[in-house]
Design a protein around this ligand. Structure first.
Ligand code: SF4
Ligand code: SF4
Length: 443
């Protein structure tokens, strides 16, 4: 493996706006009187409810068990009483089932498992089971169950573990602060993940715009044979396929997974969650999230319990200084626009971002002028303008022929489009239509 990263094709350089929160140390959010834990927080099957209204729960207690192999359990973010099993606004705007917990203020632990202090001698299968039992998902935004990536099928060899610390999305600084403030935990998590995969070492990929975090990680990386790999700043450097290419030179074919090129990628926040679950016996009940944007009074990075209402998170950041035009969960490139403040922090909520009206007013859509910029920047070498045209004409079969499935929804094409075409939305729409056609055909 070379120390010189490769440059993937395409990519863009949006203004990163990270200065708003990059120097803000992580603050622990105070205990709230109420949490609303959204049930389905992972890609795959939703978990199965284990509690009912009126149940008294302890912090860390199981609220729901995994609903299948590609699913994770949910745990109580604090001690208290289940006040309702009801709906709440979900991140896609549709109401979703949620567990409402009235906190008792005691924050009393009832973790379902013990620390594994001697993890170096613990069988890999037991460590993998712990990752699953702790409910850990890809915390960079994907929400894919971490244990599934750690379970390559029989005969599938893995030779490289990459920790994703690129955090290439503008505005977001939660992973940056985590790597800076908890470098030892990141490296410990990497070592545990490597042991589960039967590897001796791991690589942390991190963009060069975080020199303080790079230095901190390098100080401690040697303890567990972890290598820190600085990467050029180029969005979407943190997309799984682009990260694998930059570090190993291997290309993940369309429709294939990182493990098909002998790689496993885990986010740095997930690695910290793994270290907590194994060494301290703590399930996934909190995460570091950046609350930011020009309309936010005091942007920063907070450690929130899962189930914290977004309205509360914004209140902790001092509220707003101007009426925002948009609220996003995640960053401006791949984040999901919200229509309600009722949604709550989930395991994959990397950022809460308010966009001001002068930033949004730039974006009214015009007809395509065939400038070709979208094609130049697309890291997946597909034809965004033509696919968009197919989708506008509801020609989803054509979009499929043009390989819309290869799109990683990075938003680079939308970012450079001088006509502000809603390209990324078109591709998401096409994928939903193609998937539902496939389902109908298989039914
Ligand atoms: S077509 Fe998809 S992968 Fe290509 S730039 Fe646009 S969003 Fe990114
Ligand atoms: S960047 Fe926009 S205007 Fe230019 S070709 Fe692509 S879709 Fe058309």
């Amino acid at each position: 493996m070379s120390d010189k990263p490769r440059k993937f094709k395409g990519g863009v350089h949006p203004s990163d706006s990270k200065a708003l929160s990059a120097s803000c140390a992580i603050q622990d959010a105070p205990l709230l009187d109420k949490y609303v834990v959204i049930m389905h927080q992972n890609i795959g099957a939703p978990p199965q409810l284990l509690v009912k209204k009126g149940d008294v729960v302890k912090k860390g207690q199981l609220l729901a068990k995994a609903g299948g192999f590609v699913s994770v359990p949910l745990h109580a973010p604090t001690s208290g009483t289940v006040s309702a099993i009801d709906k709440c606004p979900g991140p896609t705007g549709i109401s979703v089932p949620a567990i409402h917990i009235d906190a008792d203020g005691e924050d009393e632990w009832g973790s379902p498992f013990e620390p594994i202090a001697n993890w170096q001698n613990c069988p890999a299968g037991e460590l993998r089971q712990r990752v699953w039992d702790a409910g850990i998902v890809g915390m960079g935004g994907a929400g894919f169950p971490a244990h599934v990536k750690l379970s390559p099928p029989e005969g599938k060899e893995i030779d490289t573990l990459i920790l994703n610390g690129a955090e290439c999305e503008p505005y977001l600084t939660a992973d940056h602060r985590l790597m800076l403030e908890q470098a030892e935990d990141v490296v410990l998590g990497a070592a545990i993940l490597a042991r589960i995969l039967g590897l001796e070492s791991a690589v942390i990929g991190i963009e060069e715009n975080k020199p303080d975090a790079i230095a901190k990680l390098e100080e401690v990386a040697g303890k567990y044979h972890v290598r820190v790999q600085p990467l050029p700043v180029n969005y979407p450097q943190g997309a799984e396929k682009q990260l694998i290419y930059a570090i190993t030179g291997r290309e993940v074919p369309v429709g294939k997974l990182p493990m098909d090129v002998k790689c496993v990628v885990q986010n740095v926040a997930s690695a910290v969650a793994v270290a907590d679950a194994v060494v301290k016996g703590i399930p996934s009940i909190e995460r570091v999230t950046t609350v930011t944007g020009r309309p936010v009074k005091t942007p920063g990075n907070w450690r929130f319990r899962i189930g914290t209402p977004i309205a509360k998170a914004l209140e902790l950041a001092g509220g707003i200084t101007e009426q925002p035009a948009k609220l996003l969960l995640g960053g401006p490139m791949m984040g999901i626009a919200q229509s309600s403040l009722g949604v709550t922090v989930m395991k994959n909520t990397s950022g809460i971002l308010l966009i001001s009206s002068d930033e949004v007013s730039l974006y009214s859509s015009e007809p395509c002028i065939r400038c070709g910029r979208c094609v130049e920047v697309c890291p997946m070498s597909i034809l965004p303008a033509t696919i968009s045209q197919a989708v506008e004409n509801k020609r989803f079969d054509w979009a499929q022929e043009l390989n819309v499935q290869a799109c990683i929804e990075c938003g680079s094409c939308s970012y450079v489009c001088p006509s502000h075409r809603p390209l990324n939305q078109h591709f998401k729409w096409a994928k939903v239509e193609i998937a539902s056609k496939l389902r109908r055909r298989n039914d």
